[in-house]
Design a protein around this ligand. Structure first.
Ligand SMILES: Nc1ncnc2c1ncn2[C@@H]1O[C@H](COP(=O)(O)OP(=O)(O)OP(=O)(O)O)[C@@H](O)[C@H]1O
Ligand SMILES: [Mg+2]
Length: 462
């Protein structure tokens, strides 16, 4: 079942305003109906008491002369003036019925003592007792009337009909106004959410939310902007640190690498030679990491320079496969499908870096002895290069994330070493070539990484 919490803010605002309107209108109408009914009852009491008084005055002589007939005639005549009277009785001063009247086809009502001035209501009738008093204040008896509240139902019906129509119109208007007004609250919140999403997706911390007005949402937006400034600042400082540290590390490491190269070419005892090779291996890993960190720092500071030239995609792929195969000794890299015979405009070194990265990942994340396939597919406007392995694969939920900085898929974290930089650098290089990079993969079945480059202005090589 959908709870109130699952409603969007927009719907919650509309619902709240409509409910408030229903409540206020309902209370107003209840007060309006109750006042009307009470007014009608009050008027009825006043007019019935006046009637009782008239009957009493007209009956004094009949009571004095014990003339029941005259008293009953008085009561009978009454029905022509007040048609709502159902039962009427004149009770003498000893409490005995002196004269009585019952409207035709109605049940006779027996009036009960105490016979003194009073009135009350039940569901449908008003009961009025009025003492018969002469001018000297002597009490001769009591006039008792049972009066039908004939208009009460009609009044109720009419008021409820009006209330229903006005309530309906009120709700419709409240809905319309609420729907138009909710934008003032929900639109800035949705805008804030959209900006947050964009920041998360593009890691663009320089993005700001427009702050309009001075309400709480504006304060929230402004605080959010301040927060993003802080985040952007700390990112900048971190990038600066990475840039400086990797630059400072690169120089001594390059010397160590050269000395180790030289040492490895000399004659040594086998154990010393093994140590030198292991040191070379470690230094190579460190060197690659520093180069990646330097690239990240260049990308982040917008200083990644590309040197675009026309180049043959087939030559590029062949060279990369050759280079990569020298380092990847436990896998076979195969060029599959037909050659594409196309040239593209791009930075050769950087595109090689992308392909080598994809090939080394394919080898790193698939079992030894398996093969890696490189394929090209061309269309009128672009060319797609893909690298397929039969390795550990990647869960669907991670397909987008692995192209982020320092991101490593959960399964690979503990087993295989890495920093989560390779694909980030690849994605930035391809982006700078106005291309696209992506992955198709299933956990446990292998992955196909691909990048697509535009063929604008391409010519066939002769
Ligand atoms: N061919 C592949 N098969 C399975 N998972 C892969 C493959 N290529 C990349 N991944 C996943 O994507 C993550 C990011 O890859 P990326 O190349 O950016 O980093 P890395 O290989 O972990 O480290 P490095 O910075 O050394 O390249 C990897 O940690 C791994 O989880
Ligand atoms: Mg990698």
């Amino acid at each position: 079942m959908i709870g109130l919490r699952d409603f969007s803010i927009k719907n919650k605002l509309v619902l709240m305003q409509v409910l408030t309107c229903v409540l206020v209108l309902g209370l107003c109408f209840a007060a309006f109906v109750i006042t009307d009914i009470n007014g009608y009852k009050g008027r009825k009491v006043a007019s019935t008491i006046s009637f009782a008084q008239v009957i009493g005055s007209n009956s004094i002589s009949a009571i004095q002369f014990l003339d029941n007939e005259a008293a009953e005639k008085t009561l009978f005549d009454l029905q022509e003036v007040e048609t709502d009277v159902v039962n009427a009785s004149i009770v003498d001063s000893r409490g005995k019925i002196f004269a009585a009247y019952t409207r035709p086809n109605q049940t006779t009502h027996v009036f009960k003592p105490p016979f003194r001035n009073r009135h009350w209501f039940d569901d449908q009738y008003l009961y009025v007792y009025k003492n018969i008093v002469d001018q000297q204040g002597q009490i001769f008896g009591t006039v008792c009337l049972q009066v039908e509240l004939s208009q009460l139902e009609a009044i109720k019906k009419q008021k409820f009909e009006i209330a229903f129509v006005l309530l309906f119109v009120g709700i419709a208007l409240a809905f319309l106004i609420a729907y138009l007004n909710q934008r003032y609250i929900s639109a800035p919140i949705l805008n804030l959410v959209n900006v947050m999403k964009q920041i998360r997706e593009n890691s663009d911390y320089s993005r700001h939310v427009d702050v309009i007005g001075k309400d709480e949402i504006s304060i929230l937006s402004s605080e959010f902007n301040n927060l993003m400034d802080e985040v952007a600042n700390s990112h900048r400082k971190k990038d600066e640190f990475i840039g400086i540290a990797s630059h400072e590390l690169k120089t001594p490491l390059t010397s160590v690498k050269l000395y180790l190269d030289a040492l490895s070419k000399m004659k040594h005892e086998p154990l010393v030679h093994t140590f030198i090779l292991k040191s070379k291996d470690g230094v190579k890993k460190l060197h690659n990491l520093i180069l990646d960190l330097l690239d990240v720092s260049k990308i982040e500071s917008g200083q990644l320079q590309l040197n675009h030239k026309d180049l043959s995609i087939d030559d590029l792929i062949d060279e990369c496969i050759q280079d990569a195969q020298m380092n990847i000794v436990n896998h076979t890299i195969l060029r599959e499908g037909t050659k594409c015979d196309k040239i593209i405009h791009g930075d050769r070194d950087r595109l090689e870096q992308v392909l080598i990265n994809l090939l080394s990942n394919a080898a790193k994340y698939s079992p030894n002895g398996t093969s890696i396939a490189v394929k090209t597919v061309t269309s009128d406007n672009d060319i797609t290069v893909s690298v397929t392995d039969s390795g550990i694969g990647i869960a669907g939920s991670e397909h987008k994330k692995i192209f982020g900085r320092f991101y490593r898929a959960k399964d690979s974290n503990s087993v295989i070493s890495g920093f989560g930089l390779g694909l980030y650098i690849c994605s930035q290089i391809i982006k700078r070539h106005k291309g696209k990079i992506g992955v198709d993969s299933q956990e446990g079945k292998g992955s196909t990484f691909y990048f697509t480059l535009p063929l604008n202005g391409e010519q066939k090589l002769s």
